[in-house]
Design a protein around this ligand. Structure first.
Ligand code: SAM
Ligand code: SF4
Length: 333
């Protein structure tokens, strides 16, 4: 049966599992979802037991050490703390613990931060693309900035460490807020991570000229708050430290400097399709294995076979790039 490590055809060890727990959301960010999305019927979603089985095979057989819950908006799935507890209890082949994290829009985090922390969630990334109320409402099509900011405070108060705030930078939309976000991060003690806009929007309106290069964002902030780079490993974020010691920020140059060469991830959509890349054209049906009575060995073989198809990387910006048929909220960001 499978060996302890799962290595793709390009020699990258796969050890990070991103699980979408729902395709539903309480916001409608322009760059992610259409206003009138059609959502999956409940029965199509993996149950908590099914999610736990996939995660258990990845952790106990292949030594995955990171799980991130995402969506859609993970906190709209009822009783999420129960799932967190199930996943946080997993341990690798040598008994090593697994790190369970979540990416959330923060809208309802104020209500659930404490219970998720107690259930074993270790870290949260909260997405927020503007600190200006009207602009936030225009980007997300919902007037919920106040709730998101309460969510950031609740995450800090609940003891998540670090708390990160994800900002998708878009030309002409919020590219004038880099320094405001840096100031916000320094005041709140949270790490801001600026993410380049990727072609996964529901209305297919993405174009290269809307991408704000991470280097530009760093230069704008460094002019106000001097920075130095932090050496880092396989993570996609390039990290910088404020020279005055007041924390760090990160930039994710997914478009201008893709980190595919270090990619250690696979994703499972809410309906149990394994994807080896955000931009993959193919999906591998783990739900069929689960619901057709497959054993853990069958599941491990299906995961191994899927990882055997992982490509070298996406080709955004090149003529050969083809965007996937599904948008970000359907894939699980
Ligand atoms: N609803 C949660 C949230 O917004 O954090 C989790 C799911 S969301 C799809 C995950 C992350 O993907 C968010 O940080 C979001 O900003 C980011 N995202 C969505 N669409 C994107 C796009 N087209 N380009 C870059 N990032 C995107
Ligand atoms: Fe919802 Fe997150 Fe997509 Fe915004 S980015 S619409 S919050 S899933």
């Amino acid at each position: 049966m499978a060996g302890p490590a799962l290595v793709d055809p390009f020699g990258r060890r796969v050890r990070d599992l991103r699980i979408s727990v729902t395709d539903r959301c309480n916001l409608r960010c322009q760059y992610c979802m259409a206003e009138d999305m059609t959502f999956l019927p409940r029965g199509e979603l993996l149950s908590f037991e099914e999610i736990e089985r996939v995660a258990r095979v990845c952790v106990t057989r292949f030594g995955f050490d990171g799980i991130r819950l995402t969506g859609g908006e993970p906190t709209v799935r009822a009783d999420l703390a129960t799932l967190v507890r199930m996943l946080a209890g997993l341990a690798g082949p040598d008994g090593q613990p697994v790190d369970v994290a979540m990416t959330t829009n923060g809208v309802t985090l104020g209500l659930v931060a404490d219970q998720l922390r107690q259930a074993g969630l270790s870290r949260v990334n909260i997405s927020c693309d503007s600190l200006r109320r009207e602009r936030f409402a225009s980007i997300t099509r919902r007037d919920r900035l106040g709730a998101v900011l309460e969510g950031v405070d609740a995450a800090v108060a609940a003891g998540f460490s670090p708390v990160k705030v994800n900002v998708v930078t878009m030309r002409g939309v919020n590219d004038d807020e880099a320094v405001d976000f840096a100031s916000f991060g320094r005041e709140k003690g949270v790490q801001i991570r600026f993410i380049e806009f990727m072609p996964l929007d529901a209305d297919d309106a993405w174009s290269m000229d809307q991408v704000v290069p991470a280097t530009e964002t760093v230069a704008a902030i460094a002019a106000v708050y001097p920075l130095e780079p932090v050496r880092h490993g396989a993570e996609p974020a390039a990290r910088y430290r404020y020279l005055d010691g007041r924390g760090e920020l990160g930039v994710i140059p997914s478009v201008t400097r893709p980190f595919c060469g270090d990619c250690d991830r696979v994703r499972v959509t809410a309906e149990g399709q394994l994807r080896t890349c955000l931009f993959a054209m193919d999906e591998h049906d783990l739900r069929a294995v689960l619901r057709d009575g497959g054993s853990d060995d069958d599941l491990a073989r299906a995961i191994e076979a899927a990882v055997g198809t992982k490509w070298a990387g996406h080709r955004i910006g090149q003529v050969s790039f083809v965007r996937p048929g599904r948008s970000m909220s359907q894939i699980g960001g």
